[in-house]
Write a protein that binds this ligand. Structure first.
Ligand SMILES: Cc1cc2nc3c(=O)[nH]c(=O)nc-3n(C[C@H](O)[C@H](O)[C@H](O)COP(=O)(O)O)c2cc1C
Length: 169
């Protein structure tokens, strides 16, 4: 990341994309808690991250904690796809970020218990993931170990991820 900040308008474009994601019964159970780097909340969010993620995120413009409502608003019953829906919203945000030439980096490496406590996340919400967002920077400024990871990643082939009929992988 370059260290440049994000305007509220840019951030709103990202959340605007996220909010149009599909969800079960149109539940829209995702919620995004965030902190700009130069704000009072930054250290609370930053301190949740594992050390390697902290190094990578030092120059991020915004850190986000994604949470999702585990139960349906209308009847309080468990929602079996709250994580799936939150993932769809995350991907929308990623695609919008790509269109805006921003880095949107999902992270599982953070302390979920601390996130719940420090950010007052209620028990009926799941802490899902964190996201670092910002304009791209120069990978050469990262520590050597992290630089090595800054290469395009591949994906499994279609044949490795689909099968017709029962599970046969
Ligand atoms: C939910 C989720 C959690 C992730 N957790 C981490 C993490 O903790 N640390 C990390 O460096 N990358 C993590 N990644 C991978 C990076 O975000 C990855 O660079 C990003 O998905 C883009 O990868 P790509 O270049 O393969 O598209 C995670 C990705 C996702 C989707």
């Amino acid at each position: 990341m370059s260290g440049e900040s994000l305007s509220d308008a840019q951030l709103n474009s990202l959340f605007e994309a996220a909010r149009w994601a599909p969800s079960t019964y149109n539940e829209q159970e995702w919620r995004f808690l965030y902190a700009h780097r130069d704000s009072e909340h930054w250290s609370t969010f930053f301190d949740l991250l594992m050390e390697a993620n902290q190094t990578w995120c030092e120059k991020a413009a915004v850190l986000v904690v994604v949470v999702s409502h585990k139960v349906f608003e209308r009847n309080g019953k468990p929602n079996p796809v709250h994580t799936f829906d939150a993932g769809a919203a995350f991907e929308n945000l990623c695609l919008q970020g790509a269109a805006m030439n921003l880095v949107v980096h999902g992270m599982a490496g953070f302390n979920r218990g601390n996130a719940r406590r420090e950010l007052n996340v209620p028990d009926d919400y799941e802490v899902e993931a964190m996201i670092a967002i910002g304009p791209p920077g120069d990978p050469a400024e990262l520590p050597e170990q992290l630089q090595e990871r800054e290469v395009p990643t591949g994906r499994k082939s279609i044949d490795e991820i689909r099968c017709e009929g029962p599970f046969s992988f």
